[in-house]
Design a protein around this ligand. Structure first.
Ligand code: F6P
Length: 396
């Protein structure tokens, strides 16, 4: 990655913030930008990471440089990079993406799911609105547009910044939770489902060898998509998701029924946001103070053991679902989203989010996407499939 000194950027800015340059200063891969207005776009990854982020950076860089002759600036650590002085950003070029990055998880730019710029936690414990500093950071980079890759929370923050500062923003949806509205698929989700399905593939033989009930706790925040999809694909007997209430006596009945059929093991998938029978969420205070979901698997495992007497073990899959090699599907979506996002900028279509719907890339109003949460439909086709397979999915 080529380091990109911010003061040099600043010196290239016209007083009104427009970016003009000589051919020498901004020679592009095609050499096409000579003596014309230079298109320089920024890109950042924001919120929790997931598999496929490097693949989408690659797609954006390939399309922007090869297709339009633009320069792409990668901003580090999500919006935090815009607060640093000098701004933490680097020029991303084609050579960076020739080999491995398509295939590996994480994000080379870094990311953060903390530090809302409008309510930023300061070292002294106070909170401050630092949005103006971030907008100033954006201006210092001389950007014509910004691609923000994020989930509902981070895209909502980026949109607010864009509205306040008049930034030309295009969003790309990513979240293993797949809970963003107006897109059938978000980046990282397919890989998370694969990881959770693989976990069930690993748990089944050991469950059968020891005649045990295996409980697998998966992520997904307030949506049960990972649990439902991996549960069906991985042959679960019970799937508990936050969208559908359950009864532990019915879970126990299901396990007893399996025993009655001669089965010596059972697989139970629990989404992290499932509540206890008393309606309490299971949460954990992380080092550093953040409160996250975690622990419902242990609760369900204990209740199953009490109710059935079965030997029960619990696995919490945790952040394994966010890492690893992106599946072919996630690499494909990354490529589709990256190219479409750059094309939107070329058309001057801002305040939009790229999306996937009915087998094609579309774009939707960013405001609509972040305002709508996509959760499992208890009466939807996959819930119907699960029930059709005899899986206990809650609901009495
Ligand atoms: O939103 C993605 C996600 O992985 C959720 O599924 C999970 O609840 C949360 O982030 C975990 O956050 P953190 O990385 O802060 O532990």
């Amino acid at each position: 990655m080529r380091a990109c000194a911010v003061p040099a950027f600043a010196s290239r800015l016209a007083p009104d913030g427009a970016v003009f340059a000589t051919a020498q200063a901004f020679t592009t891969e095609r050499g096409a930008a000579a003596m014309t207005e230079v298109k320089r776009i920024g890109i950042l990854t924001s919120g929790g990471d997931c598999a496929g982020l490097n693949a989408v950076l690659r797609a954006v860089v390939f399309r922007a440089i090869q297709g339009y002759g633009w320069e792409v600036i990668g901003i580090r650590q999500g919006t935090h990079g815009l607060l640093a002085r000098p701004v933490e950003a680097e020029s991303l070029d084609l050579n960076l993406f020739t080999g491995q990055l398509l295939r590996i998880g994480g994000t080379i730019l870094g990311t953060t799911n903390k530090g809302d710029p409008f309510d930023y936690p300061m070292a002294d414990g106070s909170r401050r609105d630092r949005s103006a500093e971030m907008i100033e950071g954006y201006r210092m980079l001389g950007l014509d547009a910004l691609i923000g890759i994020g989930g509902d929370g981070s895209l909502a923050i980026l949109r607010r910044l864009a509205q306040q500062g008049g930034l030309n923003l295009v969003g790309i949806p990513k979240t293993i939770d797949n809970d963003l509205g107006h897109t059938e698929v978000s980046l990282g989700y397919a890989t998370a489902v694969k990881v959770a399905t693989d976990a069930l593939d690993h748990l089944q033989p050991t469950a059968a060898s020891h005649s045990r009930v295996m409980v697998l706790e998966v992520m997904g925040r307030d949506a049960g998509h990972i649990a439902l999809n991996a549960g069906i694909a991985g042959g679960a007997d019970v799937i508990l998701i936050p969208e559908i209430p359950y009864r532990i006596d019915r879970v126990a009945e299901k396990i007893e029924a399996l025993k009655g059929q001669g089965r010596n093991f059972a697989l139970v998938v629990v989404a992290e946001a499932v509540r206890t029978e008393a309606g309490e969420p299971a949460t954990q205070r992380q080092a550093g103070g953040a409160l996250t979901y975690g622990g419902i698997g242990a609760y369900i495992g204990n209740r199953i053991a009490e109710a059935t007497g079965a030997e029960t073990r619990v696995t919490v899959l945790g952040h394994l679902q966010r890492g690893g090699m992106p599946t072919a599907r996630d690499r494909l979506m990354a490529s589709v989203f990256g190219v479409h996002a750059v094309d939107l900028i070329a058309r001057g279509a801002f305040d939009r989010m790229v999306a996937w719907s009915a087998r094609r890339a579309i774009d939707v109003a960013l405001a609509d996407a972040v305002a709508t949460s996509h959760r499992v439909d208890p009466a939807g086709p996959l819930a119907h499939t699960a029930r059709g397979l005899g899986i206990y999915l809650g609901d009495g």
